[in-house]
Design a protein around this ligand. Sequence first.
Ligand code: SF4
Length: 351
Amino acid sequence: MFSKKMIYPVFLPHAGCPFQCVYCNQRVVVSHDRWESGILEFVESGLRAYSNQIRRSGRSGEIAFYGGTFSALPLALIEAILAAAAIHVKQGIFTGIRFSTRPDCLGGEVVDLLSRYPIRAVELGVQSLSDSVLLKSRRGYCARPVYDTVKRIRDEGWKLGIQLMAGLPGDTQALFLESMRKAIEIYPDFLRIYPTLVLEGTALADSFRQGVYAPLSLDEAVTWLAPAYDLALRAGIPVIRMGLQADPALEKPGVVLAGPYHPAFGCLVKCRWWRDRIDIHFASFPRLCGDGVVLRVPPNQVSDVIGHGKSNLRHWKARWGASAKVVGQAGLAGIEMIVENNCQRAVLGSG
Ligand code: SF4
């Protein structure tokens, strides 16, 4: 529901990470080249490739360093990488630089260095704001220092992205939604939300095999995320991704051992959100269900309203006896909707 700006990612799997987190194996989640031959050379060749691509397409955007803990790399290496990227920013090829990092790896010294370069956004892998979940997931920090790091990012005028995970060890739907509420109170510029998967080559995979950790089912994960998405929508905070990006690397046998992986996970959550919203509406206005119900929604929302494989249409028929027809209507935007049948009409805005 929000416009997307171009991001040109350079993945540096586990570069700078103080240790491998229990659920994380960056080497298997994305098909990408390896940087083992030398990070700086790898980055420079990525910058050149993207520059050529942007010159051809004319679509500028931010260069992003993902897949590791960028700000925990050796300072000299960070400086060399940023200096290389900044040349392209100065030439107008990129609009700026963003990177992902951990909340406990953005201290004053590295911020001083970063502040000399055109950083636009920092994506913080917060994962949870519940101390018990952070402890059981062995993240190595508790919730309080997250707020100090957020303040440092804000003081520099950088955009803030917060990444949360659902279904970590010790997590419950209530704890997850509490983390989500706390994240919204921080009021980041955007959110990413990922359900926890059991990836090969992780400590979580060992716990799963030993029967100590059980991941969420796909339905549970969608059920947890739909109200979280609702909270973000109501707060006006863009959720720029839900679920890992579909990638051939993830589809390889033996990579995702268990857990709620679906190549269109975000779409499933949005479909559920529409289903729940319209359920509430049908419950409140029983005269507006039954046969002949027309749901008028923004044209770009039609497929989410219908549901994956028409699942929402089947649900409303079974639950409310409503043979709903979904129509894309020009002039409606965001989550606006008109529900009508031959005896009543209701217009819903952001509620
Ligand atoms: S979750 Fe982040 S900090 Fe942990 S291993 Fe993965 S990339 Fe590194």
